[in-house]
Design a protein around this ligand. Structure first.
Ligand code: ATP
Ligand code: MG
Length: 309
């Protein structure tokens, strides 16, 4: 079904919607009237009608418990390289889900992202999916040299591994969203099993400064996450996003680490892992708010070979 099939949406409106990132009927169905108004310059009441039509036209995805179970049987896991961290995660990074690594600078977020782009390519009996990776790099911290080190440590051909990682630099938050929306063609063409967004929040933080822009930022982030979740569901792939948080030494009570994306990010990631630096180059990962796993901690390390116990 195309946008033009919705009552009240002509070709020009459909083009404007698509330019604003509303590419699918699903994306319209989860939009707010205000968003469509801004995106396509349509009146509030027409926007409401278009949204309702989109909702009605979609099978909104009711499944029986048995069907959910069947779908979850296709779920797969990618090893992180550390058996303790894998155990904390119930076996590794899951497909059909968004996993968020958050923590302060140097806590190992980018290192984990690099390791997983290598590990997703491993055969299944070695903890991989035998698929490729798509890396959205917002901070210019993707390092092929690091991939080579990690590949060599696993006796893999580094050039083959690098060739199976599609890297896209995102220059601002809109560009970042666009890359995720355009990922669909690449996913099919390249057999992508992992999408990395490192960092999810840095551009949003600098593009939407000031109190007045907070709700717009959250709305956009929400839509970005929704799009990523949809890709992970449809293509049975894993999504990893990173989020830098500042530890606040002045903040003695409550949560000392306020995730920058706020709670919208938190609530739309399936798994949230808080990383912190520990003694002797070790890292501590803590699983937070998992739907089905107990809270707990794992200690791992980042060494020349990559992520290890
Ligand atoms: P930021 O929020 O700034 O993006 P991050 O959480 O992404 O931080 P990483 O880049 O993942 O942080 O971690 C950097 C750390 O990883 C370094 O401080 C170092 O301890 C470790 N590291 C990076 N490369 C190597 C290497 N080749 N050998 C050993 N350790 C390394
Ligand atoms: Mg980083």
């Amino acid at each position: 079904m195309e946008l033009e099939d919705l009552p009240g949406v002509g070709e020009a409106t459909a083009d404007r919607l698509r330019d604003a990132g509303f590419k699918t009927v699903e994306s319209i169905a989860v939009a707010t009237p205000g968003e469509l108004k801004d995106a396509a310059g349509m009146g509030e009441s027409i926007a409401t009608r278009v949204i309702n039509a989109a909702r009605e036209s979609l099978q909104m995805g009711f499944m029986t418990g048995i069907e959910v179970l069947e779908k979850r049987k296709t779920l797969r896991k990618i090893t992180t390289g550390s058996s303790t961290l894998d155990e904390l995660l119930g076996g590794g990074i899951e497909t059909q889900a968004i996993t968020e690594f958050f923590g302060e600078f140097g806590s190992g977020k980018t290192q984990l992202c690099h390791q997983l782009t290598v590990n997703v390519q491993l055969p299944e009996d070695k903890g991989g999916l035998e698929k490729t990776a798509f890396y959205i790099d917002t901070e210019n911290t993707f390092r092929p040299e690091r991939i080579i080190q990690m590949s060599e440590a696993l006796d893999l051909d580094p050039m083959k591994i690098l060739d199976n990682i599609v890297v896209a630099r995102a220059y601002n938050s809109d560009h970042q969203m666009l890359l995720a929306e355009k990922a669909e063609d690449i996913i099919k063409e390249k057999n992508i099993g992992l999408i990395v967004v490192d960092s999810l929040t840095s551009h949003f933080r600098s593009d939407y400064t000031g109190r007045g822009m907070l709700s717009e930022r959250q709305q956009k982030l929400n839509r970005h996450m929704h799009g990523l979740q949809r890709l992970s569901d449809i293509y049975n792939l894993a999504v990893i996003v990173t989020n830098q948080v500042m530890t606040r030494p002045d903040f003695f009570f409550g949560d000392p680490t306020a995730p920058i994306g706020g709670h919208i990010v938190g609530h739309s990631s399936t798994f949230r892992i808080y990383l912190r630096k520990s003694k002797g180059g070790k890292r501590v990962a803590r699983l937070i708010d998992s739907p089905s796993l107990p809270e707990g901690e794992a200690i791992f390390s980042v060494i020349k070979d990559g992520v290890r116990d």
